[in-house]
Design a protein around this ligand. Structure first.
Ligand code: FDA
Length: 391
C-alpha cells in the first residue's frame, strides 16, 4: 500500500490550496479527485471568469453557527495573500463591483496556477479516483476504486451538495459523521427563489427584466440587482437574501432603494399632472415592470386624478413589496450549501477535528458560507491554507 504524509480528498479550490501548501512544506501529499479534472467548479465560476476573492473580505460576510470560527483562517491567509499569488502568476484581473475580483480572461488561468503550484510542490494528483471508504487504526487507510493508500493525515475537501451533476456529493459530511463529528442542518444557498399564485402571475411575464432593489429578510438587507425569472426571482440581491430565508418567511423588496418614492410621486403630480401613472413609474422602474404593476396592482390614470393618499399607498408598495417564496430552485441551481460540518468539532486555526487527530475538514464542507462575491473561494483558500500548514 502506498504511504503518504497526507491524503487530501477532493481537488476543488480548498483541496488544491491545501495540497500546494502542504507540498511546499515538504509533506508527501496525495490529492484524490473522483472527477476527470481538478477544479471543475472554479472553471464555471463567475460566468467563466472566476470571482476568485473579494477585496473587502471580513468575517461578517460569512454565515455560520459560530460567526467567530472563520476569523483565524481568514486572518492567517487573507484576500491579499491570494491576490499576491495571482499577481505572481501574471494573471490579469479587475474589480467588477463591490470589491469582487474577476480574471480578465478565463477561470482556466486560476486552475492552471493552482496546478502549477501543486506540481512545483511535488503533489501527487490523481483524478478519476473515487474514494470508497476511510478507516483509522494507527494511520488512516483510504480505500479507492484504484487501490488503497495509507497516510498520517486525511483532509476532507469534497465541498457541499450544490450542483450534483458536476460531481458534488455528501461525502465529506458522511465521513465526518462517521468519525463522530456533528453536522448542522444543510440548505441550498445563493439560490433563485420560486413562487406560486398571484406573485408568480406578476413575476413570470417579467422574466428577463432586471431592477435595482434592496432585498430584506431576517434583519439582513442586500442592495443589488434583482432578476425576474419564469419561476420567480433571481439576480444577486435575491441570491444573497436566499441565504437568510427559511420556508414560510417573507422577503421585503424596496424597488426604489435610496430614493423617496412618495416625494417623487407628489412632485410629479405637480410637474407632470396629465401624465399617466404608468409613464411616471416608467421613470423610476423598468418599463415592463411599470406596465405590469399598473395592470395588476394599481389603476392607470393621469396622476392628477389620484389623491395624495393613493400615491402614498403606491409609494408604500414600491418601498416594501412583501413576497413569500414557495421554495428555492434547490441544489441543482444553488451556488453553495449552507451548513455542513459543525465548527464546534474543529480547530479554527488548523481545521483539525478535536477528537480525531489527523482528520481535517476544509472549504464548503464546513459550516461556513460566504456572501455572493468571491467570499466562498476566499474561505476555500484560507481554510485550505490553514490545514495545509498543519498537516
Ligand atoms: P469544490 O466543490 O470546489 O470541490 C470539491 C471537489 O471534491 C470537487 O472537485 C468534487 O468533484 C470532488 N469530490 C466530491 N466528492 C468526491 C469523492 N467522493 N471523492 C473524490 N472527490 C470528490 N464562489 C466564489 O467565491 N466566486 C465565484 O465566482 C463562484 N461562482 C460559482 C458559480 C457556480 C455555478 C457555483 C456552483 C459555485 C460558485 N461559487 C463561487 C462557489 C464556489 O465554487 C465554492 O464555494 C467552492 O468551489 C468550494 O470549494 P471546495 O473546494 O470546498 O469544494
Amino acid at each position: 500500500m502506498d504511504q503518504f504524509d497526507v491524503v487530501i480528498i477532493g481537488a476543488g479550490a480548498a483541496g488544491l490550496m491545501c495540497a500546494l501548501t502542504a507540498g511546499a512544506r515538504g509533506r508527501r501529499v496525495l490529492l484524490l479527485e473522483h472527477a476527470a479534472q481538478a477544479g471543475a467548479k472554479i472553471l464555471i465560476s463567475g460566468g467563466g471568469r472566476c470571482n476568485f476573492t473579494n477585496r473587502d473580505t471580513a468575517p461578517d460576510r460569512f454565515f455560520s453557527g459560530n460567526p467567530h470560527f472563520c476569523k483565524s483562517a481568514l486572518k492567517r491567509y487573507t484576500q491579499h495573500d491570494f491576490i499576491a499569488l495571482v499577481q505572481r502568476h501574471g494573471i490579469a484581473y479587475h474589480e467588477k463591483t463591490l470589491g469582487q475580483l474577476f480574471c480578465d480572461g478565463s477561470a482556466r488561468a486560476i486552475v492552471a496556477m493552482l496546478l502549477a503550484e501543486c506540481a512545483a510542490a511535488g503533489v501527487d494528483l490523481r483524478v478519476g479516483h473515487r474514494v470508497i471508504d476511510i478507516t483509522k487504526a494507527d494511520r488512516f487507510r483510504v480505500e479507492t476504486d484504484h487501490g488503497d493508500f495509507a497516510a498520517g493525515a486525511v483532509v476532507l475537501a469534497t465541498g457541499g451538495l450544490s450542483i450534483p451533476k458536476m460531481g458534488a456529493t455528501g461525502f465529506a459530511h458522511d465521513m465526518a459523521a462517521r468519525f463522530g463529528l456533528k453536522l448542522t442542518e444543510t440548505r441550498p444557498a445563493l439560490v433563485p427563489l420560486t413562487f406560486t399564485g398571484e406573485d408568480l402571475a406578476v413575476m413570470q411575464p417579467l422574466s428577463g427584466v432586471a431592477v435595482d432593489v434592496q432585498a430584506r429578510c431576517d434583519r439582513r438587507a442586500f442592495r443589488e440587482s434583482m432578476l425576474f425569472t419564469h419561476r420567480g426571482l433571481s439576480g444577486p440581491a435575491v441570491l444573497q437574501i436566499s441565504s437568510c430565508w427559511h420556508e414560510g418567511k417573507s422577503i421585503t423588496l424596496d424597488m426604489t432603494p435610496g430614493s423617496d418614492a412618495a416625494a417623487f410621486l407628489l412632485e410629479r403630480k405637480r410637474t407632470r399632472p396629465n401624465a399617466e401613472l404608468k409613464t411616471i413609474l416608467g421613470e423610476i422602474l423598468p418599463q415592463r415592470l411599470a406596465q405590469k404593476l399598473v395592470e395588476t396592482r394599481f389603476v392607470n390614470r393621469p396622476i392628477n386624478a389620484m389623491r395624495d393618499k393613493e400615491l402614498a399607498a403606491i409609494a408604500g408598495f414600491l418601498k416594501a413589496w412583501q413576497v413569500v417564496p414557495s421554495g428555492t430552485e434547490g441544489y441543482a441551481k444553488a451556488e453553495v450549501t449552507l451548513g455542513g460540518v459543525d465548527t464546534a468539532g474543529l480547530s479554527s486555526r488548523t481545521m483539525q477535528a478535536g477528537d480525531v487527530p489527523g482528520l481535517y475538514v476544509i472549504g464548503e464542507a464546513v459550516d461556513v458560507t460566504g456572501w455572493l462575491g468571491g467570499y466562498n473561494f476566499q474561505w476555500a483558500w484560507s481554510s485550505g491554507w490553514s490545514a495545509g500548514q498543519a498537516v
